[in-house]
Design a binder for this molecule. Structure first.
Ligand code: CA
Length: 273
């Protein structure tokens, strides 16, 4: 592309560092699907870093690499649009203050074609920017200056959420427990053909635990996985567990499905398992 030289620095070999543009020479890193549609090769999730400060971008890329993620760096919204069209990323880390088009403009455009998680990483700390970003479909907001380690952890949390959602909907899976049918694709819970009213978070919490049946998750893990946030009020998790129980359990004091494991967290179990 003319003008904007891509930001490429000294990247450890495991990163994909390449010039932006649709037909770069780097190897494909997208997931390879077998004819059955089953993932036959696992590759590192691709993160697109849109950041015009080269030092920051490279630092973030290094931390993402330590977390097993591959990073592509572009320095402008225009380059990002080309890169996204050529190889849609699985996560977008987006600086708002960019040369040329604004980060929020890019976010708006990105959301026209992608549901991949977006984390805004910006020095603009005003609430208006946060609200604008979240309203346009950003999933998280990190203010500069930030800890790259925390950002990498939040990136992983967003990818975990997205992967669990995609896995559930790709399989069109339904999970039946007791009188309930949990429809991952339709994002709803039914009992006797009627919808059980769950809020989005309540559904996501139940769906996450149910899709990881038998595994116990602590409040921190659930907070990261379901809320996609690294830090916050963990009591939210317990509150939501209680709300879901009130809707699905006959006896809240002795839950059959959403079980508390003392000192460890929560687990979903079907009685027939
Ligand atoms: Ca900037």
């Amino acid at each position: 592309m003319q003008g904007g030289r891509p930001i490429i620095g000294t990247c450890p070999a495991k990163f994909i560092c390449r010039s932006s543009g649709p037909y770069g020479a780097s190897p494909r890193s997208g997931r390879i699907l077998s004819p059955m549609g089953i993932k036959s090769e696992r590759t590192a999730p691709r993160v697109l870093i849109v950041e015009d400060d080269r030092d920051i971008a490279e630092l973030v890329a290094a931390y993402l690499g330590r977390e097993g993620l591959s990073a592509v760096i572009v320095g402008s919204a225009e380059e990002a649009i080309i890169e996204c069209a050529a190889r849609p990323p699985e996560l977008l880390l987006l600086d708002l203050g960019l040369p040329g088009a604004d980060g929020l403009d890019l976010l708006r455009k990105f959301r026209e074609s992608s549901t991949a998680p977006v984390i805004i990483v910006s020095a603009r700390e005003s609430d208006e920017d946060k609200i604008a970003g979240l309203g346009l479909g950003a999933d998280d907001f990190v203010s500069k200056p930030f800890s790259p380690k925390v950002l990498a952890a939040r990136a992983k949390a967003q990818l975990r959420r997205a992967a669990y959602g995609a896995g559930a909907s790709a399989s069109g899976a339904r999970l039946i427990f007791g009188p309930y049918v949990l429809d991952f694709e339709g994002k709803l819970l039914e009992r006797g053909g009627s919808r059980v009213p769950l809020s989005r978070r309540e559904f996501e919490l139940l769906a996450f635990l149910a899709s990881n049946e038998g595994r116990t998750f602590g409040p921190e893990e659930l907070y990261r996985a379901v809320w996609g946030l690294e830090h916050g009020d963990l009591s939210t998790v317990a509150v939501h567990v209680q709300r879901v129980r009130r809707k699905i359990e006959d006896e809240g004091a002795r839950p059959r499905w959403l079980v508390t494991i003392p000192g460890a967290g929560y687990r979903f179990k079907r009685e027939d398992r």
